[in-house]
Every structure is written in C-alpha cells, then in structure tokens.
Design a protein around this ligand. Sequence first.
Ligand code: FEO
Length: 402
Amino acid sequence: MSKISEKLRYVGVNDLKKTAFEGMWPLPYGVSYNSYLILDGKTALIDTAEADFATEYMDNIRKELGDRKVDYLIVNHMEPDHSSLMKVIRETWPEVTIVANAKTVPMIKGYYGICDNVHIVKEGDSISLGASSLTFHMTPMVHWPETMMTYFDEEKTLFSGDAFGTFGALEGGVTDSVVRLHGSDVPTGNAFHAFADEMRRYYSNIVGKYGQTVQAALKKLSGLEISRICSTHGPVWEKNIPEVVSCYDRLSRYEGEKGVCIAYASMYGNTAKAAESLASELEKRGVPYAVHDLCTEHVSYAYRDAFKYDTLVVGAPTYNNDIFPPAYNFMYGIAARLMKNRRFAAFGSFTWAGASVKLLNGMASGLGFELLSDGLSFPQAFTPEKCDMGALADTIASQVTE
Ligand code: FEO
C-alpha cells in the first residue's frame, strides 16, 4: 500500500473514527490524511497527519525509513489535519530542517512553538535531495494564506496540498488504478467515478469560497509537466489526472453542469410537496436534478449539488415575515461561497402574508443570479393549481436544452 515508486512512499493514515470533518462536515466514507516520504540521498517528509494518529503515522514512517532519519519536513499547509504531528517529528529527529514559506513561519510558532532550524523558501526556490530536487510554488488561499505546493522534479509529481483532494478513506491501495473508496461498491479501476461526489462535496464545503485563487493556482501550474498528483486527502492521481483537474477547474469557475439543485425547507409539508412536484415535472422532461431537504439532511450535500448544477431552485415558507431559517442559512452559505453563474427560482408557502419568495429572489439577485421567474408563492396547502411547477419545469427544460 505504501510504495508509490522506488523513491516515493505513502505514509498517511485513514480516519474512520471522526464523524465530522472540521467539526461540521459528515464523513460517511471516512477521510485520509495523506503524507509522503521521499527517499533519496536526503529524505523528505511532505506534511504530517492529524494528532490522533501519532502512533500509526510514526510507525508508517519508520517502516519506510529503516535506520535513516528524516532530513527535511516540507510544510505545504498548516491546517492541523496536516501539521499536528510536526512537533513529534521534531522531537523524534531533532536535526530535521523544516521547509516552509514566510507566511507559514508565525503559524508554526503559534501552533507548535517551533522557531529554530526553519528554512524559508519563496516562489521557484528548490532544495536538492541528491539525485532529485524539490521546487516550491506559492499557492495562497488554496486553502489558507500560507499554502504552497511542492514539485518533485525527477518523478514529475506535484504535492498539491488540499487541491485535488476529496473526502473518503482509501482502501486496497493509494493510487487511482488500485484504490477503492472505503464503504463504496464501485470496483477498483474507476477511482474518479468512485470519489467524484465526495470530491465535489469536499470542494464545495472546504475550498468553495476560493474559486479565484484555485484558478490562479491552476494557471500557475499549467506550465508544469505533471504525471502524478499527491493531494493531502484522497487518492494519488496518476491515471485520472485529466478528469480531476477538469473537475477542480470547473468547480472553481463556478461552471455548473446542466441540471437543477432543488434545496427546500418545509414546516408542515406544503413547501415539501411543491419541491416533489417540481422534481416530478423535471423527471418527465428528462432534466437532471437533485433534491435536498434542508431540515433533515446535512446541508453539505445541498452545497455539493448547488456547485454541480447550473440551476438552483430554493423553497422556503414564510416565517416571521422572513425566509424560514434553514433556507435562509443555506442561501447565506451560497453567498459565503461567492457562488456565481446560476439560474435561480424560488417557491414557498405562506399562511397570511407571503415574504419568503420575494426575499429569496432578492438574495439571488444580489449574487447576480438570473431569475427564471418571479417565483411561486402560494397560500396555505400546496395544490398544482396554486403552484404550477409544470410551467417552471418548462422554462428550466427550455434553458437546459439550449
Ligand atoms: Fe486538509 Fe486545509 O486542510
């Protein structure tokens, strides 16, 4: 499992215990914290792993190192899921040189109290490991300000930090030709297909706000010949590089596929019936869609499909003359992710005065979304006569088949 090439070893760990990444995002398939060891004249460790996995992680390193020591620790990213074991590495091999950029240095001191033997690198700097070298590329805000990527020239391998990462623990190996997504029944050999939904959910919830800086990083890296991508989460990409880069490129340009994300919240089931009616009308017209109940499902799935599809339809009843809070919170998150380029429609029930649809339209207009209709605001119980989802589905179908 650990040998990627003669000089490159995987020393990361799977986390199948944690239920919520960053304390918020469900992990139905687990997650991996990837770390890599390069064995050349000198040895270099790329990032570390989460604190709870110290024993397993150190065993993985020792198994590959034998009686050698770690000469360099490369810090691509300081988020604690990758940096937590830095102090253990320094205590185990006191002479290790920590390689980091200037923005990383105060974070290393602040988190771990380490100030000495830190080698500061900037854009384009390299260090030699003997026969091979590592070159550093600054990629700020992918996904923190200090993030950088490391290029292992001899093997045209990019250590990309969180970029090209995905939720989901690794089973059966680490490279995309052999790995399986833990808990999934997608067979070996189809890693991109197996991980695509969790990659979108990871991107939209963790990196989603940073489309512009992901685009800047993709542009900067476009001149590099890349045969292998080693991210901090998920498979090592070799075979599926075009699909993975294209997925991140599309997501970071906020370019949705043809289709509809229906996200709704309902108090007594009437707005839910309207959502079901729209789904059924889209089905009849062959329009791809996904439906998410914001009251019962984790919102990360709705964000995933809001990024996936080019049309967003949000349903909420009126509550205290405002938008029912689960739908308001969802729209707040859409705005926080700087979402762009969406067609939009709103619907929802009210009892004595309708406000939610108008307010949802206002939020969508503020984001520059194209409104497909004035919205469907209906009093009391849902009926197809009061809320004609067929007409909205016709409008959507005519646009998605353009
Ligand atoms: Fe997996 Fe931004 O850390």
